[in-house]
Design a protein around this ligand. Structure first.
Ligand SMILES: NC(=O)c1ccc[n+]([C@@H]2O[C@H](COP(=O)([O-])OP(=O)(O)OC[C@H]3O[C@@H](n4cnc5c(N)ncnc54)[C@H](OP(=O)(O)O)[C@@H]3O)[C@@H](O)[C@H]2O)c1
Length: 291
């Protein structure tokens, strides 16, 4: 593990705790899972692809041979599969201490979810929220629910375009709505509910734009990746914001992002939700997606 000094200074042990990570087989979720394991937590990877998830479990166990790591299937593009996951999680674990929502898509190949939502908004917002609400009873006041949003949430305020296809605008909107949801949940936190925290990882080169899962042109993806590797931070460092949100000194309603220039890279620090997210969060929850 890199960043040991940072871990020693900024995180608390997680021994005896159970952490669930959606999208934990890859990128930021995978490195956050590594961070949780290094702090002593038991980790459940909640993933849509069994082969990738099992390979990730193997990699984690090779690095942390005494750890407890498991995989549970979930697909955020189907409410039925989300509900089935939540029911199964309840059977397997009496209590969840950390729930990190990290699964997400950008320019996905599939156009719509099983429930008819455009895929980006369907997974990044509707699926994530459905899952959060479904597992909430398993997280008590001592627990933390952490959501992975994005720097571009500030560019997604135009809800008029909801449902109009995919790409950057849909991605920005999905993260804008998600950030507003986190603010609302934190503001209305029930007395036996976990704290709600938003994180964004800055920018990092992961599989988010891997040619097999996006409609981006392969050449564009490759060039983009090369650019990101040179000018931004690694997925391992980007995951520190999630680790900090889960194991650092963080309060309900916090927004954690990298502290470097424009929030693109660097070690985590407390940042602020942007004004357009704050305005949307001021609406009633049921109207959050309305224009
Ligand atoms: N990379 C960045 O610069 C950046 C910046 C801001 C925010 N983020 C956010 O960070 C999060 C993690 O992304 P990443 O960069 O680490 O990309 P990644 O490596 O592609 O990880 C995304 C994860 O989400 C999973 N996923 C996608 N659709 C899913 C579905 N329908 N059901 C369940 N799981 C699903 C993927 O599974 P498969 O492996 O099976 O595809 C993968 O495990 C995302 O929410 C992303 O929006 C990333």
């Amino acid at each position: 593990m890199r960043y040991q000094k940072w871990y020693q200074k900024h995180t608390s042990p997680l021994e005896g705790k159970v952490a669930v990570v959606t999208g934990g087989n890859s990128g930021i979720g995978f490195h956050a899972a590594r961070g949780f394991l290094s702090l002593g937590a038991e980790v459940v990877l909640a993933c849509r692809n069994k082969t990738k998830a099992e390979a990730a479990c193997e990699r984690l166990l090779a690095e942390f041979p005494h750890a407890v790591v498991s995989y549970m299937p979930v697909d955020l593009s189907s409410f039925a599969l989300i509900d089935a996951f939540a029911a199964e999680l309840g059977q397997r674990h009496e209590k969840i201490d950390i729930f990190l929502h990290c699964a997400g898509v950008y320019y996905p190949r599939e156009t719509h979810t099983a429930d008819g939502y455009p895929m980006t908004e369907g997974v990044n917002f509707y699926g994530t929220v459905r899952l959060a609400e479904a597992v909430l009873p398993q997280l008590d006041r001592t627990a933390r629910m952490v959501f992975t949003t994005s720097l571009v949430d500030r560019f997604g305020k135009d809800a008029r375009r909801a449902g109009e296809g995919e790409g950057y605008a849909a991605y920005a909107r999905s993260k804008h709505l998600l950030s507003a949801y986190v603010m609302q949940k934190a503001a209305k936190r029930g007395k036996n509910e976990p704290i709600f925290v938003a994180t964004h990882p800055g920018i990092t080169a992961t599989d988010l734009l891997a040619p097999e899962k996006t409609t981006h042109k392969p050449l564009f993806s490759r060039l983009g990746h090369a650019f990101l590797y040179i000018f931004t931070h690694s997925p391992e460092k980007a995951a520190l914001t999630a680790v900090f949100a889960a194991a650092g000194d963080v309060e309900n309603g916090a927004c954690i992002g990298p502290r470097g220039l424009f929030g693109i890279s660097g070690y985590p620090h407390r940042t602020r939700f942007c004004p357009s997210v704050r305005r949307r969060a001021a609406r009633p929850l049921e109207n959050i997606t309305k224009k």
